[in-house]
Design a protein around this ligand. Structure first.
Ligand code: PGA
Length: 248
């Protein structure tokens, strides 16, 4: 039985005071609640938020990580630095990094391997563009991104990997994939993981949906067999819109 894993990706939002307040509200409201919860504030507020979520049932995540170890890498943030302040999991390969920054599958894979080798968990984001969906290539794109992103990841390490399926055309657009459309890709992803590893790994892997998930559509998405949680952007920026999804 997979527990729902609800994650808030704050992206480049909040200021320090708002970040701390949001984290405080979430700690209070999610106390004792049974799903798995994660929040990923901007790098500069991670330390402040870490003090707030310490000892709570909320996992602290970062939105990215360097593929390299400490050294001459201007502007980068290393696994050791993130671990040092209490970060436990890393969102890797978000579509905004793939498509705005131009991160390659090779770089994404290097970040996945670096995180896992340092004892950090990973949320690997995959998903197709609108043109790819319209060309009937959604499964092909997801398979490619899984093959590339998970290259070199062992069966044992897969217990530290969550997959987030985020159709790019649904992110921040208000357009959500229908539960049936999302389920069909989620089921495909699980089958593909079984092919790469085995059925047991596939059955145990959490596959989150992301893309305009909110309280109004989360219940029906999460009711699907292979949708095990959500990676939530816009609706994660306020306790009153995030908590209702968390406690479903
Ligand atoms: P959204 O973002 O919920 O604002 O669509 C989701 C994400 O990009 O993780």
């Amino acid at each position: 039985m997979r527990t729902h894993y609800i994650a808030g990706n704050w992206k480049m939002n909040t200021n320090k005071a708002d970040a701390v307040k949001l984290a405080q509200d979430l700690v209070k409201e999610l106390k004792g609640k049974k799903n798995t919860y994660m929040i990923a504030p901007p790098f500069v507020y991670l330390d402040a938020v870490a003090q707030v979520v310490k000892g709570s049932n909320i996992i602290l995540g970062a939105q990215d990580i360097a593929a390299n170890d400490n050294g001459a890498h201007t502007g980068e943030v290393s696994a050791d630095m993130l671990k040092d302040i209490g970060v436990q999991t890393i969102i890797i390969g978000h579509s905004e990094r793939r498509h705005e920054i131009g991160e390659s599958d090779m770089l994404i894979n290097a970040k996945v391997l670096k995180s896992l080798s340092k004892g950090l968990d990973v949320v690997l984001c995959i998903g197709e563009l609108l043109a790819e969906r319209e060309a009937g290539k959604a499964e092909q794109v997801c398979a490619f991104q899984l093959d590339a992103g998970l290259s070199g990841v062992t069966k044992e390490q897969m217990s530290h990997v969550t997959i987030a399926y985020e159709p790019v055309w649904a992110i921040g657009t208000g357009k959500t994939a229908t539960p049936a459309d999302a389920e069909s890709i989620h089921a495909f992803i699980r089958k593909h993981i079984a092919k790469l590893y085995d059925n047991k790994v596939a059955e145990n892997t959490i596959i989150q949906y992301g893309g305009s998930m909110k309280a109004a559509n989360a219940a029906e998405l999460l009711a699907e067999k292979d949708i095990d949680g959500g990676l939530i952007g816009g609706a994660a920026l306020k306790a009153e819109t995030f908590v209702p999804i968390c406690i479903l």
